[in-house]
Write a protein that binds this ligand. Sequence first.
Ligand code: SF4
Ligand code: SF4
Length: 197
Amino acid sequence: MTDRLMAWAEQNNIKMKLVPVEYIRAMPADLERFRNETELDTRQHNALHSNINNIGKIPKKTRSVLIAACSYAADAGGDNHIIAEMKAAGYTCRKGVGLPLKRIAVQSGLADYGRNNITYVLGMGSRLQLESFLTDMLCETAEWREPVMAPMCEKCTLCLDNCPTGAQRKDRFLLDSLKCKKCWTCSTCCPMNAAFL
Ligand code: SF4
Ligand code: SF4
């Protein structure tokens, strides 16, 4: 990323990671395995199918993927600013469409998964918007880890205990999205959000 873009992101509490596009192009094998090994409801199954298809549509000239986390309070024009800054520095840049943003954010080290399957970013909590950008900026290597749960969740079950609908289950990581009423109790009771809500 350019120095100017990084300085602007710092000022606006926007966190970003750049990863080689090859990491993203390799994701469908893992996503397929996950789909085959996990009990999914129809919505989750369709979302994964769509993610896999959209990864296949990433243009050939793409060299890297920028993943950005923007707090709800940040300037709504952040996406356009990122694209404009990248273009001003001589790179192509466009928004990614239909990529598995949470998983990319976690694997890149930008975010951690909570037990509630929400993503948390250091210094931001979970009240954030994730976006991806496809660029031709060269990025040969970057952090890329297994999609693990945040260390704080190991000894905590607050979100699980407080879910009013049973959408969170002890026996699996993914929510039952058909039971989830989007009440966000699991988010507001979470200690990782204590400083941000
Ligand atoms: S409430 Fe506890 S277990 Fe749930 S996401 Fe937050 S820290 Fe993790
Ligand atoms: S949003 Fe509400 S219903 Fe959905 S998982 Fe969280 S607590 Fe449960």
